[in-house]
Design a protein around this ligand. Structure first.
Ligand SMILES: Cc1cc2nc3c(=O)[nH]c(=O)nc-3n(C[C@H](O)[C@H](O)[C@H](O)COP(=O)(O)OP(=O)(O)OC[C@H]3O[C@@H](n4cnc5c(N)ncnc54)[C@H](O)[C@@H]3O)c2cc1C
Length: 499
């Protein structure tokens, strides 16, 4: 059903059906115009050369006119009508912009609106940058497997001609999950799902762990699970920057401004599915508050909400959760504050994987000089206030340090050197991504709710959303289960390995 609706949305709103506007193979760099003085063509017929030269100039001129945002770069004009509008230019929004723009080139005009292009509070800039395959759901495993491959090949994807290639410092040291008696069965079940999905993971007995990791206290641990490929951590800020720069180089236009409302339009030609007698009221624009306090409207054909922790709030502006029928179901994404502490422990392990303790804390090395980062999600009843990003230092002293020092005795001497806080884009319904079309609007898509594992999924999610929009359905990784439909059907899709 979605397939048809999306195809319909594109045909209805884009100036031409998108299939007619696809250009060339997206993996091929755009061809350079020929060089007039190329020594290989020195014996060329002069008339042919002049013709070739004129054709090159004409092509350049046409592409300048075709660049829908060229006029906005140096002026105070504003893009008022776009084919695709993405709310949120973090890793998810920028990855989607890159994948779609790279595929359709100038076949679609894409605008990303972000309220803070310095990303001072964006999760993508404040994440711990971890990537793992150790999930309980096949889709999450597949997403991270592809993202790891993408990170390895990032230079092929995101290098801009004449620029230095992007560097995301992928450290493939793996994740070591530890299980107590209580969690061992779940670890075994997850191991099977991971193996079936093709992940490279191995189970470790406490004896093996004692030998391999002499700094680890295995008291109370009955099983360990180590990812031996495609797991570790990377520089999430650099990945975000690389996506954004590449998307911009391909024609995506970034606007700094806050989406504060949606515009609605009644369309009598559309019959609503749940009530044929009711007029269809669709969304067709956003109201954007600019940094100077002015408001601008942007009319769009398609809109994707990728606003991270604020996605629930943005969706509410489109009546998601406040309307009738399918619109009565809210988008269950809200900010949840998480702290990251950077510690120094002079006798800590020099090399270690990301360790996930059954008590919920994690730590991993941060460089090679006995510095580490660590954190722990609080219990539901003790969620910290989200009114600011202040760090609770007592939380480390009381809730993390004792557990950390028990598991790695060298951390008895740990000292906090710095810390930060960020917002998880938390899906309070089932702690999993919500990716797909909204059933009440043929032109609204969602990519949000990653609940602490979104940075690693950004490359794969961007590709999946691109497939959904331009091909009418998922091709490489089927994310149908991640759709909004599960919220309406009240069928939660739990991910057991949420950190
Ligand atoms: C402390 C911490 C540690 C983490 N560690 C990991 C990890 O190890 N591995 C992992 O995979 N994930 C991790 N995550 C989660 C990961 O960072 C997020 O899932 C991911 O970055 C989400 O990306 P995003 O683009 O959806 O959101 P964001 O990066 O938050 O981007 C959303 C953007 O939307 C913009 N926006 C919001 N509202 C509006 C509006 N009304 N108008 C315009 N713009 C708007 C914001 O300004 C923001 O730039 C961590 C998160 C935190 C906070």
């Amino acid at each position: 059903m979605y397939k048809h609706r999306i195809g319909f949305a594109l045909q209805r709103h884009c100036k031409l059906p998108v299939c007619l506007r696809l250009k060339h193979d997206s993996n091929q760099p755009p061809s350079e115009p020929g060089n007039y003085y190329d020594p290989d063509t020195i014996n060329e017929n002069p008339m042919h050369r002049v013709k070739r030269f004129l054709k090159r100039d004409l092509n350049q001129l046409v592409s300048t006119f075709n660049d829908p945002f060229n006029q906005y770069e140096d002026s105070k004009l504003f893009p008022k009508t776009v084919d695709l509008l993405i709310v949120g230019g973090g890793a998810i929004g920028s990855s989607i912009a890159y994948w779609i723009q790279n595929k359709v080139r100038d076949g679609l005009s894409i605008v990303v609106v972000d309220k803070d292009l310095s990303y001072s509070k964006a999760s993508s800039a404040l994440s711990a940058g971890g990537i793992r395959q150790q999930f309980s759901l096949k889709e999450n495993i597949q997403l991270s497997m592809y993202s790891a491959q993408f990170l390895r090949e990032i230079k092929t994807h995101l290098t801009i001609p004449e620029n230095d290639p992007p560097e995301v410092s992928f450290n493939p040291s793996g994740y070591l999950y530890l299980a107590s008696e209580k969690g061992a069965d779940t670890m075994l079940q997850n191991h099977k799902v991971q193996k079936d999905a093709g992940a490279r993971v191995e189970l470790l007995s406490p004896d093996i762990m004692k030998k391999r990791y002499p700094w680890l206290n295995t008291e109370g641990i009955v099983l360990g699970s180590l990812g031996t490929l495609n797991e570790g951590w990377f520089d999430s800020w650099s990945m975000l920057e690389a996506f954004k720069k590449k998307a911009k180089s391909l024609g995506t236009y970034y606007v700094e401004g806050e989406v504060v409302d949606f515009g609605f339009k009644v369309d009598p030609s559309i019959v609503t599915e749940n009530d044929p007698n009711k007029e269809y009221e669709g969304i067709n624009s956003v109201k954007v508050k600019l940094p100077n306090g002015e408001f601008q409207q942007i009319v769009f054909a398609l809109c994707i909400i990728a606003a991270g922790a604020d996605s629930g709030k943005v969706a509410r502006m489109a009546k998601v959760g406040t309307g009738d029928g399918f619109l009565s179901t809210p988008l269950p994404v809200e900010p949840r504050k998480r702290f990251v502490y950077c510690i120094h422990a002079p006798k800590g392990p020099s090399i270690a994987p990301m360790v996930i303790d059954p008590s919920g804390f994690y730590f991993r090395p941060d460089g090679f000089d006995n510095h580490y980062i660590c954190g722990k999600s609080p219990d539901d009843e003790n969620e910290p206030s989200t009114s600011n990003l202040d760090v609770d230092h007592e939380y480390f002293e009381k809730e993390i340090w004792p557990l950390l020092a028990h598991r790695v005795p060298a951390f008895n001497e740990a000292k906090v050197k710095s810390s930060w806080a960020g917002y998880y884009d938390y899906n309070w319904y089932d702690q999993n991504a919500i990716v797909g079309a909204h059933p009440s609007y043929f032109n609204l898509f969602l990519a949000t709710g990653f609940s602490g594992h979104g940075i690693q999924q950004a490359p794969a999610v961007g590709r999946a959303v691109m497939e959904m929009i331009t091909d009418g359905g998922f091709i490489n990784i089927d994310l149908t289960k991640f759709g909004f439909g599960r919220l309406i059907a009240e069928k939660p899709l739990y991910e057991k390995n949420v950190i």
